[in-house]
Design a protein around this ligand. Structure first.
Ligand SMILES: O=C(O)CCC(=O)C(=O)O
Ligand SMILES: [Fe+2]
Length: 423
């Protein structure tokens, strides 16, 4: 009896602590907002990791992660890849990066010799042992295969149920992975400091490379070149999450080892680091910026509108290994533009042969089916079910018109549509 009592007592105390901690966090955030102290909000967020949720946390993690995405513009799902498998996948990604680079170098060499001019490009590539695939869109040149073909172990985890549930909740039921590639951050080597990007810019903790991501990448990969411009939403961005950027960390990350830089809340700011009229330097720190920390095997998920940057310093003594993917709903125009053939740059919707598509894990196939020209890419059951229900509702109205037209005058009398004040 007394042990049951003390158990109840202890669980009450835990609940009270949870409640007080939440209240403390909310009060600190409120205070920071009232005093416009975004640096305090971010410092608190970085310290508590209130943006992180358990990979095995089921529906609770999904709801909390979606809330974090709406509020801060990002979240982390911890330990999505089981710890015991992460190092083997890290090695796979390091090897994949080399294979991808070698293949692209071979494609470039063939192209320079004129061997990839249409219509013989695919035959010439095959004859030279180079990997090149036809794309779905007629008239667009072939591309290197999707990077996933070099990552079979990683592919087993990409459609993780918590990760896909977060994406479905935020974007829509039918999802497409539109880009996927390694994004590693160098370690110190031969006197060159570690960090992301060109060696001459690396090494300082007080430099950044701020940007937002496609379809909110203002310079649209190709700037004013019609063959390379992938499109960008006009500023100020509408308040809609259109793309989730996922960064799968295969090494531990923090402020000394390649944690992604982020400005919490920036997904709702009308300005942009690359905005021609916004007076922001893309290479300077921004008050309130912070770096994500996460154990290896975790996934950082970010609204593409968030201001963020790869770390240009990495004093940890080891490379950061990661894979980036960009997920979007079925309704986004993911592969209509940039018909150019600069193979090294065009990471958009790299295609899959039918055999490569069929070899993907069953839960990943729906997310990548649009990449395989041999597959008919129909809408997925949840989207069809919605349309089925709407169609039924429509028919019901016309049945009412046929069967009881006099009832229509008052049938919608309970509906009131307010004209809402502007935001
Ligand atoms: O490397 C990182 O942490 C950020 C990657 C990134 O910004 C991107 O791939 O769009
Ligand atoms: Fe980015």
């Amino acid at each position: 009896m007394s042990s049951t009592n003390s158990q109840i007592h202890i669980s009450d105390l835990h609940a009270k602590i949870d409640h007080l901690e939440r209240e403390l966090r909310q009060t600190r955030e409120f205070l920071a907002r009232e005093t416009h102290d975004s640096a305090a909000v971010s410092a608190e967020l970085a310290r508590t990791r209130a943006y992180a949720f358990a990979g095995a946390g089921g529906e609770e993690s999904v709801a909390a992660a979606a809330e974090s995405l709406a509020r801060y513009g990002f979240c982390v799902i911890d330990n999505v890849i089981p710890t015991g498998e992460v190092d083997a996948i890290r090695d796979e990604i390091v090897a994949a990066q080399e294979q991808i680079a070698d293949n692209i170098a071979a494609i470039r060499a063939l192209k320079e010799r004129g061997d990839l001019d249409p219509p013989q490009a695919l035959a010439a590539a095959t004859a030279h042992g180079v990997e090149l695939r036809p794309v779905r869109r007629a008239g667009h040149p072939p591309k290197p295969p999707n990077d996933i073909v070099w990552m079979p172990q990683y592919a087993q985890h990409l459609a993780h149920p918590t990760v896909t549930a977060v994406a479905r909740r935020v974007l829509d039921d039918h999802l497409r992975i539109a880009q996927l590639h390694p994004r590693n951050i160098a370690t110190d080597q031969d006197g060159v400091p570690g960090g992301f990007g060109a060696p001459q810019y690396r090494g300082r903790a007080d430099t950044r490379e701020w940007h937002t991501d496609w379809p909110h990448d203002l310079s649209a990969y190709g700037r004013d070149d019609p063959n390379e411009n992938v499109g960008c939403i006009r500023q100020p961005f509408p308040n809609v999450a259109m793309c989730l950027v996922m960064i799968w960390y295969l090494t531990d990350v923090d402020e000394n080892s390649g944690g992604t830089w982020i400005v919490p809340g920036s997904h709702r700011d009308p300005r942009n680091p690359r905005g021609p009229h916004d007076n922001i330097s893309v290479t300077a720190p921004i008050p309130g910026d912070m770096q994500v920390s996460a154990p290896k095997g975790s996934v950082y998920i970010q609204d593409s509108r968030c201001w963020h940057a790869s770390a240009m310093h990495n004093p940890s003594g080891r490379a950061r290994v990661a894979v980036v993917n960009r997920w979007c709903p079925w309704w986004l125009s993911v592969d209509d533009y940039a018909p150019g053939d600069r193979y090294s740059v065009n990471t958009i919707c790299r295609p899959l042969s039918h055999a490569e598509f069929k070899a993907l894990p069953a839960d990943l196939q729906p997310l990548m089916r649009h990449l395989c020209p041999d597959e008919r890419d129909t809408l997925q059951p949840q989207v069809l079910a919605r349309a089925g229900a709407a169609g039924e509702r429509n028919q019901a109205g016309f049945r009412q018109l046929e069967q009881d037209p006099d009832s229509l005058a008052q049938a919608n009398a309970h509906i009131r549509v307010p004209v809402r004040p502007m935001d």
